[in-house]
Design a protein around this ligand. Structure first.
Ligand SMILES: Nc1nc2c(c(=O)[nH]1)N[C@H]1C(S)=C(S)[C@@H](COP(=O)(O)OP(=O)(O)OC[C@H]3O[C@@H](n4cnc5c(=O)[nH]c(N)nc54)[C@H](O)[C@@H]3O)O[C@H]1N2
Ligand SMILES: Nc1nc2c(c(=O)[nH]1)N[C@H]1C(S)=C(S)[C@@H](COP(=O)(O)OP(=O)(O)OC[C@H]3O[C@@H](n4cnc5c(=O)[nH]c(N)nc54)[C@H](O)[C@@H]3O)O[C@H]1N2
Ligand SMILES: [Mo]
Length: 708
């Protein structure tokens, strides 16, 4: 009854094989990835396999990468289960229920669906008792996510490779406190402390504990259904806390319209977002550094966080806002003195949950040191299920027969994260250095797709389906599979209205979990026929008005990529309006024949803004041009880096602000041959380590034979 990860992070270090499936751990869980990379460096017999339609940064330490067809994971794990049975490896065959049916379904499914050779992987998985299978959104966010997870669990359960050192399935949660959210009942279908909503005894225990006149007896609405109900007018008051659904939900434009049309919308956030802009009431929340409380990570470890800054302005911690509203609505029991009092109540409820059989019992948790749950007088932390006893009436684990289904053929867009942005960029999008690795939305396509669709590198593509339309920069690379281009999820109406992905994703969900299939949008891609391309930079915020634009912050100002259709006769006038600088002193360089226009706007002898326009995608030393803002900028209109200040190139290490060109120069001039030397020399890679795969790639390309 308690959904909990059975293992610990140290299992990744103790395994002989770690499988990353549908997880780009290197970019999305960089600290855990680094633990894995360090363990592998110390013990080379630890092997790593990545199963992902894309060759991601996580493949950097992989012994094997399987670029399977998206959605074919269940077929892959069925093939493993069939091999487990054939090779007599089902050590728990008699200790689990449903084995024969699961194996029969596995044998009936077609491993050819994966479109890659699975034999080496099957040998590795079958041959390593200590195996951890790490999975994330490439598994869950699919219309067959439940099937995929069941197929993975079947293999671990059949072999008994679960809950023992170096073994187990491992779902890595995403949001920093995703696990904690579940523990307090933050899902539509569960109660706090992992108690079950559909269990009468659990419901009455919670109701009694809270001395509440009423308690829901049916699950609430899951996210997609909830916004459908808002759209249909069945929900007329909505309170959105700590999420930005106008960007992150599938069919995001429809969700945004539903929120706009809703009678009463409250949004609690720490900054202005697409959701707060559509709300009737905005409640300013204090972000994590300004409040105290507890969080839980993917291995069930609870940590106390302590505020290190006072709340800004009227901001308050979310719990205080909620308690304040409840009290004014006349409810008793919301009178906690501080965050610790809220947590003490949670602990007390967990003792009751423990007596009802929940493993989420932290009644004996003392002090602030991070601790794994459960924490009771009998049991502190540890792994689950290693003894083969499960929360079922007969105590046996359950295998589930899985018959794989694939999305229908055709172009399918895959989506995910980039290294230096967080979701809808409400916070990471404000930090200049974090935009330096990847400053605009893009669609990455296989060279065969690009050729067939007539797309060129650095040009623009138009993406369209029934739900929406987007324009994005084209990146051509064989890292992606043909037919499965990839686009990042992060950009919003605030920084690239045409570059949003959420408006293209259909609201199709897994029938069991309700998870939207966020990584599989059918769509058409064509070249976007721009008549002009531009680059703009200024010492002030500005909002472009053209078919495509993407902005990024720079210290003290903003830069933007632009593209538009139609002819513009007066670029100086357009630049003055764009930057709101009607009286600035212009410097111009126009070549109407070639379609090149360059405008610099000076105030008091210093560069305030600049606009570069051409008929094809621009080649400019953009970082150097941006760095000239506020200076006398003698050579601005050449668009090149000054001779005495070489262009650092796109940022590789965002922590220490080190650019690609700087690293390439150091590798060449100082003959650096490994990442440790790069870190010693430039600092790059020495902090969070998320750029280490990029550093290795730069070392590899610089190792080309030297011609004499
Ligand atoms: N930098 C950064 N880190 C983050 C976040 C962020 O926004 N930015 N967000 C956090 C959150 S909330 C989450 S949930 C996690 C997400 O962490 P991850 O799930 O690791 O990240 P994603 O990039 O969403 O997707 C992972 C991979 O799934 C692959 N994939 C797509 N379809 C399939 C498929 O059918 N099968 C398989 N096997 N793979 C497939 C994609 O190609 C992608 O490389 O990251 C967390 N960490
Ligand atoms: N196509 C596609 N769509 C996706 C995904 C994908 O891979 N592909 N990934 C999905 C996943 S896994 C996730 S987790 C979602 C993320 O989607 P969201 O949760 O909507 O994205 P965030 O930008 O993290 O939104 C969090 C909001 O909370 C605010 N905030 C931060 N701290 C606090 C606080 O302490 N209190 C309050 N009240 N507010 C705060 C932030 O400013 C921000 O506006 O996106 C999902 N959408
Ligand atoms: Mo997430």
């Amino acid at each position: 009854m308690c959904n909990k990860p059975p293992g610990l992070y140290e299992d990744l270090e103790q395994a002989n094989l770690v499988v990353l499936v549908g997880s780009n751990l290197a970019w999305c869980h960089p600290v855990l990835y680094r633990r894995l990379a360090d363990a592998k460096a110390a013990r080379p017999d630890l092997r790593v396999v990545v199963i992902d339609p894309r060759r991601t940064a996580s493949c950097d330490i992989a012994d094997l990468h399987l670029p399977i067809r998206p959605g074919s994971d269940a077929a892959l794990w069925n093939a493993v289960l069939a091999a487990i049975d054939t090779r007599g490896l089902a050590a728990w065959r008699d200790r689990v229920a449903g084995y024969d049916d699961a194996v029969a379904a596995a044998r009936a499914s077609d491993p050819g669906l994966c479109e890659v050779d699975l034999s080496a992987f099957i040998d590795m998985w079958c041959g390593s008792e200590r195996v951890v299978t790490v999975y994330s959104q490439g598994i869950n966010q699919s219309d067959t996510g439940t099937d995929k997870v069941n197929a993975i669990l079947n293999c671990h359960l059949a072999t008994g490779r679960i809950g023992r050192p170096g073994m187990g399935p491992f779902s890595v949660t995403g949001q920093p406190n995703a696990m904690g959210g579940r523990e307090v009942g933050g899902l539509a279908n569960m109660l706090a402390c992992h108690l079950a909503l559909d269990n009468v005894a659990h419901r009455s225990a919670v109701q009694g504990f809270w001395n509440s006149p009423r308690i829901a007896s049916r699950p609430g609405l899951k996210a997609v259904d909830l916004f459908d109900a808002v759209e249909a007018g069945r929900i007329r008051a909505l309170w959105v806390i700590c999420t930005n659904p106008t960007v992150s939900m599938p069919e995001a434009d429809r969700v945004a319209r539903a929120i706009e049309a809703c009678d009463f919308v409250v949004a609690s956030d720490v900054v202005e977002t697409g959701t707060t802009r559509r709300a009737d009431v905005v409640l300013p929340a204090a972000p994590w550094g300004e409040r105290s409380g507890h969080v839980t990570n993917s291995e069930r470890r609870i940590s106390a966080q302590r505020a290190f800054l006072p709340p800004l302005g009227q901001a308050r911690p979310d719990w205080q806002i909620i308690a304040g509203v409840a009290q004014r609505m006349g409810f008793a029991g919301f009178d906690w003195a501080d965050a610790d009092a809220v947590f003490a109540e949670h602990k007390a409820l967990s003792a009751i949950a423990g007596r009802l059989g929940s493993d989420f019992d932290i009644s004996a948790l003392e002090g602030d040191a991070p601790a794994l749950w459960p924490q009771t007088t009998e049991r502190q932390g540890g792994r689950f299920f290693g003894d083969g006893v499960f929360h079922t009436p007969d105590g046996r684990g359950r295998l589930v027969a899985v018959s794989p289904r694939l999305p229908v053929a055709g172009m399918r867009l895959n989506t995910g994260r980039v290294r230096d942005q967080w979701h809808t960029m409400t916070r990471s999008g404000r930090v200049p250095r974090l935009s330096a690795q990847c400053g605009e939305p893009f669609v990455e396509l296989h060279p065969d797709d690009a050729r067939r669709l007539g797309l060129t590198a650095a040009g623009l593509a138009s993406l369209r389906n029934n739900h929406g339309h987007a324009v994005m920069r084209v990146v051509i690379s064989d890292r992606t599979r043909p037919g499965h281009p990839f686009a990042p999820i992060h950009w919003t109406d605030a920084n690239s209205p045409a570059g949003r992905i959420g408006s293209l994703i259909p609201a199709c969900v897994d029938p069991v979990s309700g998870q939207p299939a966020l990584k599989q949008a059918a769509l058409e891609i064509r070249p976007f026929a721009a008549d002009w391309y531009g680059f703009a930079v200024a010492d002030r915020p500005f909002r472009p008005d053209c078919a495509y634009w993407a902005s990024a912050p720079i210290p003290g100002g903003m830069r933007a990529e632009l593209a538009g259709t139609g002819t513009v006769s007066d670029w100086l006038g357009r630049a003055r309006r764009l930057f709101d600088l009607p009286d600035a002193e212009p410097i111009l360089l126009d070549d109407p024949a070639s379609g090149t226009h360059r405008v610099a706007l000076m105030r008091d002898g210093r560069l305030s803004a600049a606009l570069f326009v051409a008929r094809s995608p621009l080649r400019l030393a953009r970082d150097s041009v941006a760095a000239m803002i506020g200076t006398t900028a003698p050579a601005i209109l050449t668009g090149a880096a000054p001779a005495d200040r070489p262009d650092p190139g796109p940022t590789i290490c965002a922590c220490l602000n080190v650019g690609r060109a700087t690293i390439e120069r150091a590798i060449r001039d100082q003959r650096l041959s490994n990442t440790a030397q790069i870190t010693a020399c430039l600092g790059a890679g020495g902090n969070c380590g998320a750029c280490l795969p990029d550093l290795r790639a730069l070392l590899d390309t610089s190792r080309q034979p030297i011609s004499t």
